[in-house]
Design a protein around this ligand. Structure first.
Ligand SMILES: [Zn+2]
Length: 164
């Protein structure tokens, strides 16, 4: 009996932890979709609201070509807003030149983005979305400058910049 039990938990525990890992990101997404009701638009409504390029980034988790966004070279003081819902996401004083060809920031405005893990390139990457409309913005890495050590690698097409 004891032997049977231990063999069973030997099989069950790894399965449980794999399931937990897979289910977690979806749960995070569902929680903000429900709490932000006014931003749960249909596919057609989003298509009307956004340009085809921004729709591809925000709603289909696309990535623009490196060095294609004029915001990559934006150096003025101001705020970067989500192009989907106008929520402020980044301040210009956290922007830095990462050399990657995408607008990069070492911090986001508190509470403005939520993360989930994606496996598109097999190696897991942490993707982040606007916390209000759920629009995909980019990926966050741990090789950024101090004080946070973070690098938010953002699609320019997902942002609106307004200079102060
Ligand atoms: Zn948004």
């Amino acid at each position: 009996m004891n032997q049977f039990l231990s063999r069973r938990s030997f099989i069950l525990i790894p399965i449980m932890s794999i399931l937990k890992f897979i289910l977690k990101p979806q749960k995070a997404l569902a929680s903000f979709a429900v709490s932000k009701k006014e931003w749960t638009l249909s596919k057609e409504e989003w298509k009307k609201k956004l340009t085809p390029e921004s729709y591809y980034i925000l709603r289909e988790e696309g990535t623009e070509r490196a060095f294609s966004s004029p915001l990559n070279n934006e150096k003025r003081k101001g705020i970067f807003y989500c192009v989907g819902c106008n929520q402020p996401l980044f301040k210009s004083d956290t922007k830095f030149d990462s050399g990657t060809g995408w607008p990069s920031f070492w911090d986001s405005i508190q509470g403005s983005v939520e993360t989930k893990v994606d496996f598109k390139l097999i190696v897991p990457r942490t993707e982040y979305h606007c916390s209000r409309c759920g629009g995909h913005q980019g990926h966050v890495f741990n090789d950024g400058p101090l004080p946070t050590g973070k690098r938010y690698c953002n699609n320019g097409l997902a942002l609106n910049f307004i200079a102060e």
